[in-house]
Design a protein around this ligand. Sequence first.
Ligand code: M6R
Length: 615
Amino acid sequence: MCGIVGYIGEGSACDVLIDGLSRLEYRGYDSAGIAVRNSDGVIKVVRAKGRLKALEDKIASSGGVEGTSGIGHTRWATHGEPSEYNAHPHTSYGGTVTGVHNGIIENYLELREKLTRHGFSFRSDTDTETAIDLVEYYLMKYRGGPADAIAKAMVRIRGSYALALMFSDEPDRIWVARKDSPIIIGTADGESYIASDVPAILKYTRDVYYIGNLEIACIEAGKAVFYNIDGELIEKEPVHITWDADSAEKGGFEHFMIKEIHEESRVVNDTLNSVIKGENGKYIDLSAAGISDSYIKNISRITIAACGSAYHVGINLQYVMEDLARIPVRVEFASEFRYRKPVLDSDELFIVISQSGETADSLAALREAKKQGVNTLGIVNVVGSSIAREADSVFYTLAGPEIAVATTKAYAAQLAAGYVLSIQFAKVRGTINEDEYVRLISELQTIPEKIQSILRNKDRIQYFAAKYSNAHDVFFIGRGIDYAMALEGSLKMKEVSYIHSEAYAAAELKHGTISLIEDGTLVIGILTQPGLFEKTLSNLVECKSRGAFLMAIAPESREDISAYVDLVELIPDIDSHFTGSLDVVPMQLLGYYLGVARGFDVDKPRNLAKSVTVE
Ligand code: M6R
């Protein structure tokens, strides 16, 4: 949700800001803006509705923007429609503070009233403006300088924020404050950078500081100083980023989404290899994630909380973990869990799955579980993210930066991490024997090559997508693990191609929804589970009798299904617990190619943002 960039150094701030924003546009793209201070100390603000290109055009037509320090923002609207008027940066009523914000100021109406009583009036519909005005209010009232004014505002603000602020009287500094919204600072020789996410500044520096909750940073060219909310200095060491900047570039692919689908084989391999050890006699070692055998033996049950696709991973793992390890597992939308006074068992393991590690609801669910004193584990992709820092232990998925808004490779890595946990839990708790343990690990290790073999045949899906790009309603059906995959296939189709689709547990269709099936309705059945194959096939045939066009995703060994359906996508055979890693690939490709065929921006679907840091 919203991307922030900042720069202070000797180069063109405008160039750095636009470049950084272009790498953060996946976080929001309703409007964008920059504020740059010139050599006379004057701050020029340029804002435009729509994509970054509109801002670039406006900057060009305004004669350019000169200066060596500034802040920029790309917006995903929460309060106030997407418009130039609501675009960031915003300048305070008295003109002393210019700032950008990511997050939500929950008590903004109360703050508006307070500020109105003190003579402020407002220039936008945003919550952001109240935060910036509040800083100005404390600056003027107490005359204690920026750190003091920001800290006082932080005490009054409820909600989440990453704020980057320029003060008219502080030409050589930019200030940053954070609560529950990500923001990092990078330094290099004589230059400093601010960003919502590492890829925005990776081209300039690999030395990055993570700002903690309720912390303040003062950034000057080449250095950063940190304070807590009481104004005390905090010592921080920079983290050296080791991953390659290329992983945040398209690398010859037309879109990030298709590039990231092609990376799935590698990220699954990397994630598996991070914990599978031993040359002869493979075994799983979870010590890096802080998970010991005694820890595993003690688990009474598991709750998984997550959002969106990560929630779908949770649903899939519920089937796998319960079957292999015989531990009761429940899966919850993180957004529901946090508000329903959940009852947790003292020996329960609470797992949060999150690519970004910053999803507001997932973070809040984690905090609720911690408050109740249960063990927490994050399955997280972004190193140093809030969930990674707050969970008791972390299993890092090694997917690298994921740029396309629709998750693909991070989803694949999350599933792989969950499989490993399930197998190890089963082994330690004695629900599988040594031979089965070794067999399951070997099966896992076949996934990367099998993903590649599916990708080698992607043209078939592309051809089908071109033919079916006018579809209006699509139904995905499956049972057990296949139902979990139907959920993800349907989400991919909706978010990228904007075709309405729904996912159903196959037998549920006839309890109401089958009334929507008519001539030509596309129904996609996933049939990878041996014991459920015939049953889901019957449900597909019920749809066909009502005019549906049937597509099936099935293992190669069930090629016989082609006699019953109109189109088959065969996936390589694999142990039935792990089929999700394979059948998701054709569904991701289908969503992608439909989106492309329909002419949409598949990497940045409308109304969506990559990292949902508001609830
Ligand atoms: O960063 P997270 O994994 O916590 O994000 C959760 C969801 O917002 C995310 O999976 C979302 O559903 C994806 N855009 C779907 O492709």
